[in-house]
Write a protein that binds this ligand. Structure first.
Ligand SMILES: Cc1ncc(COP(=O)(O)O)c(C=O)c1O
Length: 399
């Protein structure tokens, strides 16, 4: 429209202005637009009614977010014949709550364990349970008890678990759990945030839905909060997308774009996270002031045999217990200089967290302790710095 010369000052300010040039952007553009416009009302109706693919409103879908969703679905299903789907959300927590609200209704039961990220346990006990869903806890390692729970609760519709778990790095045998679930017609969902699809592919092992806090390793740089729900069944996609759209738990295009940027170096970063974490775990295991090291890559770790079955490497997360109490843990954390005391994980730099006083603060003490989250436990997100610097820093803490 060439009305520029006739338009008044305020109108020019208010209108959209797009310059079209030869060539398209090489890098994914951030479509920072709440809505999308059409040349005619008929074209708009075709998209609204679903006769034509297209975007109408960014809570429903956005081209930047779609591009990242497609990449995440492709990575997760790389060794499967079908393409799968991904619905990105505003956070890892909203991925979990969106999933629960799309697959569970009042009267259904959710089977899970207490050994989960603290926020996940809280959303199940304080939100999902309040919506009339029965939340049943089980130790997934106890196969007899697991079968017993499934037989005695015919309303179980979803099994939800994490492996490796936050923060004790316990590993669950994914194939064993999905076999039991399939035999009983129950869906399974897993939080794969610690491992990422680079190290572990739950869909290939029979899981129906994979959840991510993309805030962590997938983004890798600690500059966005977002989540993802990935699966294969188009019916699941429809139910999850509908919940996302109606609850308004959509991911915004800028945060999605940051995840896309981070994904470009995922294999490089993960290789380095893994090799640094293994070296640090071995160092800690041999230190006289350390009582216990939780790292799936250590042969001495209880769940090492499970991890080797389903992970290609053992990840960048570990936790360890000092031969001491809360004060010793605090002293360690205050003495290191390179590692930051930060309540996230998966960044390029090394991060420390004290679960008992942060991520698991609201978990009842008896449950926390029975899951191995003692006052002396410290969680480490091992960064991609030079390993000699990391170890030198830990030496300061362990002096
Ligand atoms: C394993 C795991 N899942 C989910 C979440 C929640 O993710 P977000 O903080 O992106 O909501 C976290 C957060 O720390 C986590 O560690």
């Amino acid at each position: 429209m060439d009305k520029k010369t006739q338009l008044k000052f305020a109108t020019i300010c208010a209108r959209e202005n797009h310059v079209t040039d030869n060539g398209s952007p090489h890098i994914l553009p951030i479509h920072a637009s709440s809505a999308f416009s059409y040349e005619s009302i008929d074209a708009s109706i075709e998209v609204f009614s679903g006769q034509q693919e297209g975007y109408v409103y960014s809570r429903y879908g956005n081209p930047t977010v779609s591009s990242v969703q497609e990449k995440l679905a492709t990575l997760e299903t790389i060794d499967l014949p079908d393409e799968g789907f991904c619905v990105m959300t505003s956070s890892g927590m909203s991925a979990i709550s969106t999933l629960a609200s799309s697959l569970l209704k009042a009267g259904d039961a959710l089977l899970t364990s207490t050994n989960l990220y603290g926020g996940t346990s809280e959303v199940f006990s304080k939100i999902v349970a309040n919506n009339g869903v029965e939340v049943i806890y089980v130790d997934f390692n106890d196969e007899e008890l697991l079968s017993e729970k499934i037989q005695s609760h015919t309303n179980i519709k979803l099994i939800y678990f994490e492996t490796p778990t936050n923060p004790t790095l316990s590993c669950l045998d994914i194939r064993k759990i999905t076999d039991i679930a399939k035999a009983n017609n129950i869906l399974t969902a897993i939080d794969n945030t610690f491992a990422t699809c680079y190290l572990q592919r739950p869909l290939t092992l029979g899981v129906d839905i994979v959840i991510y806090s993309t805030t962590k390793f997938l983004n890798g740089h600690g500059n966005s909060i977002a989540g993802a729900i990935i699966g294969r069944d188009p019916h699941h996609r429809k139910a999850i997308w509908t919940s996302m759209k109606l609850l308004g738990t959509n991911c915004n295009p800028f945060d999605a774009w940051l995840v896309h940027n981070g994904l470009k170096t995922l294999p490089l970063r993960m290789d380095k996270h893994c090799s640094n974490a293994l070296t640090l775990a071995q160092y800690l295991e041999n230190h006289s002031k350390v009582k216990k090291v939780n790292y799936p890559g250590l042969e001495s770790f209880t769940d090492h045999h499970i991890a080797t079955k389903q992970m290609s490497q053992f990840g960048g997360m570990l936790s360890f217990e000092l031969d001491g109490d809360l004060n010793d843990a605090k002293r360690f954390m205050d003495s290191t200089q390179l590692a930051s005391i930060t309540s996230t994980l998966g960044n390029t730099d090394t991060l420390l967290l004290h679960p008992a006083t942060s991520s698991h603060l609201n978990i009842p003490k008896d449950i926390r302790l029975s899951d191995g989250i003692t006052d002396g436990l410290i969680r480490v997100s091992v960064g991609i710095e030079d390993i000699e610097d990391i170890i030198e820093d830990f030496e300061l803490g362990l002096r």
